[in-house]
Design a protein around this ligand. Structure first.
Ligand SMILES: Cc1ncc(COP(=O)(O)O)c(C=O)c1O
Length: 371
């Protein structure tokens, strides 16, 4: 009989899984490591979800999440066939890679077939390489500038690294983990120069001054991804969506699971869209805490990158970032550290409540004093 590992595709055997931030169950832990929203879903969302937990649970949910698509279409001034709803934006990203990229990474000599290429900037969302690898696609990683800004369209045109013909290009905007926002006109220039699918991953856009959703309605090859996880405090319910040309949306519908979006999630997302003033107030609170925390950390010697998201990327003083991670964890504060070379000197800190930010600042002062 074959060993179990011989039954696994070599591609899968060789892969490294995406590593999500820890979800430890430690009493009193201040959890600033996974960019969750510190505020609960709106009272209306909680009441609506509670009221929906009844004998309906035996039924399949709406297979296309149609009421949610229609509601999102009204908000974004398009039609429901421009909207795809997924099990979190992670599923939307994974389906886009499957729908638009040829697997196989076929290389003829040294020439890479552009139809097999998944392109993205580094550093950005660390799921992208996993999606490319799972699909057997070719990764094309293009470095951001040292301050994490986007290279300009003309510099990219001259660069041998950038491929205008990559089957799909994924851009995290505002960027994670840097927090930096990209101007819509810069993104527009990149989209215009690009021949493959351009997916703008706007997971954090509700905390930013600007968004690029209009590009998905203007250009047939541009998709914008959004999520209810961050701004709408609904990580648990797994709801994300894409906006784009109906032909691209129909392709995603062809390959998705029949009931890819769970019923309570659909109900929760619709109720969240009915409570927009509650969430607008939360966005403003988070932005205020972000400004205050950034100022305080800067005064304690941290290099704080400007952020348009619900987290800040900071380069700490005195000790290496990995050591700060441990020292803060010892004081029951969890932040995120990435081992990738471009960001290993940094910590990514999710913006929590004001009280959590104050506790972090106290811990930082203590660590600086006592080590
Ligand atoms: C840039 C980016 N895109 C997408 C996601 C995934 O969001 P969701 O919870 O909707 O799958 C995340 C989550 O951390 C993210 O950072």
């Amino acid at each position: 009989m074959k060993s179990p590992s011989a039954l696994i595709r070599p591609l899968v055997r060789a892969m490294h899984a995406y590593v999500p931030g820890e979800q430890p169950r430690i009493a009193g832990l201040i959890k600033l490591n996974t960019n969750e929203n510190p505020y609960p879903p709106s009272p209306r969302v909680l009441a609506t979800v509670r009221a929906a937990v009844d004998e309906r649970l035996r039924l399949y949910p709406n297979p296309t999440a149609q009421p949610l698509r229609e509601r999102l279409a009204r908000i974004h001034r398009c039609t429901a066939d421009h909207v795809f709803v997924g099990n979190g934006s992670d599923e939307c990203l994974a389906l886009a890679v499957r729908a638009f990229v040829e697997p196989g990474g076929s290389r003829r000599g040294t020439r890479v077939d552009p139809r097999t290429v998944v392109q993205y900037f580094t550093p950005s969302y660390s799921l992208y390489p996993v999606l490319a690898d799972t699909h057997g696609a070719v990764r094309n990683e293009v470095p951001l500038l040292p301050d994490f800004s986007l290279p300009g369209a003309s510099a990219l045109r001259r660069s041998s690294k950038w491929r205008v013909d990559a089957a799909i290009t994924l851009i995290t905007t505002p960027n994670a983990p840097s927090g930096r926002a990209y101007a819509t006109r810069e993104l527009d220039a990149l989209c215009r120069a690009h021949r493959g699918v351009m997916l703008l991953d706007e997971a954090y856009v509700d905390f930013a001054d600007d968004h690029a959703l209009g590009l998905a309605l203007r250009y047939p090859h541009v998709l914008v991804a959004r999520t209810f996880s961050k701004a709408y405090s609904l990580c648990f319910q797994r709801i994300g969506y894409l906006v784009g040309h109906p032909a691209l949306i129909a392709a995603l519908d062809t390959i998705r699971d029949s009931y890819n979006v769970n019923g309570l999630g659909q109900i929760a997302a619709l109720a969240a869209l009915d409570s927009r003033s509650y969430y607008q107030a939360n966005f403003r609170r988070i932005v205020r805490t972000r400004t205050r925390l950034s100022r305080q950390l800067a005064s304690l010697g941290f290099d704080v990158l400007p952020s348009q998201t619900n987290f800040v990327l900071v380069r700490p003083p005195v000790f290496p970032a990995e050591e700060w991670l441990r020292k803060l964890r010892d004081r029951k504060i969890l932040v995120r550290w990435f081992s990738a070379s471009e960001v290993r000197q940094y910590l990514r800190i999710t913006i929590g409540t004001d009280a959590e930010a104050d506790a972090l600042v106290r811990a930082v002062r203590q660590i600086k004093r006592r080590g």
